[in-house]
Design a protein around this ligand. Structure first.
Ligand SMILES: Cc1cc2nc3c(=O)[nH]c(=O)nc-3n(C[C@H](O)[C@H](O)[C@H](O)COP(=O)(O)OP(=O)(O)OC[C@H]3O[C@@H](n4cnc5c(N)ncnc54)[C@H](O)[C@@H]3O)c2cc1C
Length: 365
């Protein structure tokens, strides 16, 4: 629905009132932290018997065999399966010749809490001269704001961690500043990150116009690849890939167990509102929040944040090691929490997190 300027300003107080004629208000999916979703998904699968092996790098794939190198021990070995599915995202084409991707770089800037007065409503800004491209200011539960996103085709080798081009920083700051009361400068950028969209080669056109739909592709060698898509369509992608695997490998069909399966920690909103734990932990851990909070009750030190300026507690680090397979500091800073998106926050927390990881791993040994 359309909202008058006063309501737009109440929802997003950082907007400039000058020339503001109103806004369009819509509701969309809201994710607390994509790392939490992926970890919960892996743990849920493990609870049904899946084996989750991290730190393994696949060097070659075939229909029924994966050659891997263990990044911890350095050992190389093969894993056999009735059907192998290549689900390596934008890297899928490095392991099979049957996939052609057009990677597209999406850059984000991270603004520290308090940089832009934002409330909880995100702001989408139309890119001038375009009909279907937007830049967003996306407030996070911890007060950070993500400013994104670009969509530029890239050629050449796929890097492990893509970097943010200077031109993207300028583009994002300029477009956001055009609607904000206080223009942003480079001094406001506390961190940045980029990702490569694995867009499936289509009928030409710009990367921004390529379909975000996923594809399940069978190579002539019998290897299956699932690629493209969206985080929000992950289950449909998995369903299509498993259906294709059943057909291709002639696997026995059993009733689907996951169509309505809640992930670990998930519960209806009404049930979550009754969970006896701090709201921030419930948002991140759902029904498991009391177990995380209990670590802090056992030892008051665990209830304290790991560094000034963050709400992540020592208990969450211990939980990440004990329950979520974190093996080192970077797992915690980058893949169980999002502390590393602001390098200064990661540095402030690093020593304490290292101490907690070491102690927790020793406790598990
Ligand atoms: C910039 C950007 C913005 C996006 N915005 C949205 C959005 O707003 N909404 C939305 O729904 N989706 C969005 N997406 C899409 C979403 O992130 C992807 O669809 C999703 O991550 C794809 O999941 P995947 O499992 O196929 O691939 P990935 O998440 O890329 O996972 C592939 C995994 O394979 C691993 N891997 C690669 N090579 C090897 C190897 N040789 N051996 C072992 N492991 C390997 C990688 O380390 C990685 O963990 C966005 C993507 C990008 C890049």
């Amino acid at each position: 629905r359309s909202v008058p300027p006063a309501e737009a300003l109440a929802l997003a107080p950082g907007l400039s009132p000058h020339g503001l004629r109103g806004g369009l208000l819509a509701y969309d999916g809201a994710l607390v932290d994509d790392a939490r979703l992926v970890v919960s998904l892996a743990r849920t699968a493990a609870s049904f018997g899946a084996r989750i092996l991290t730190r393994l790098s696949a060097s070659s794939l075939s229909a029924d065999r994966v050659s891997v190198v263990d990044g911890v021990s350095g050992d190389a070995f093969d894993i056999h399966a009735r059907q192998v599915i290549n689900a390596t995202g934008v890297w899928a084409g490095t392991l099979t010749g049957s996939v052609r991707l057009r990677p597209s770089l999406g850059s984000h800037l991270v603004l520290a809490p308090g940089t832009v007065p934002m409330g909880t409503t995100s702001v989408n800004i139309g890119v001038p001269g375009e009909t279907n491209r937007f830049v967003f200011l996306l407030p996070q539960p911890d007060g950070r704001v993500y400013l994104g996103l670009t969509d530029e085709p890239v050629a050449g080798a796929i890097p492990d961690v893509p970097s943010v081009p200077e031109s993207d920083v300028d583009f994002l700051l300029a477009l956001a500043s055009s609607v904000l009361d206080r223009p942003l400068t480079r001094a406001d950028v506390a961190g940045s990150y980029a990702g490569l969209r694995p867009l499936v080669e289509g009928s030409g056109g710009r990367s921004a116009d390529l379909s975000r739909k996923h594809a399940v592709l069978a190579g002539s060698d019998g290897l299956l690849t699932v690629v493209g898509g969206k985080l929000t369509t992950y289950r449909r992608m998995a369903e299509d890939a498993v259906d294709a695997a059943i057909r291709l490998a002639g696997l026995a069909v059993t009733p689907c167990r996951t169509a309505w399966l809640p992930l670990l920690g998930a519960a209806p909103r009404a049930e979550l509102s009754l969970v006896d734990a701090p709201a921030r932990l419930v948002a991140r851990y759902g029904t498991e929040a009391p177990r995380v909070a209990a670590l802090g009750e056992l030892d008051a030190e665990f209830a304290a944040p790991v560094a000034p300026g963050t709400e992540i507690t020592a208990a969450e680090v211990v939980w990440a090691v004990r329950n979520e397979g974190a093996l080192d500091v970077s797992d915690v800073l980058e893949r169980r929490t999002r502390l590393a998106l602001i390098p200064a926050d990661a540095e402030a927390a690093r020593a304490r997190v290292a101490e907690l990881v070491d102690k927790s791993l020793a406790g598990l040994a």
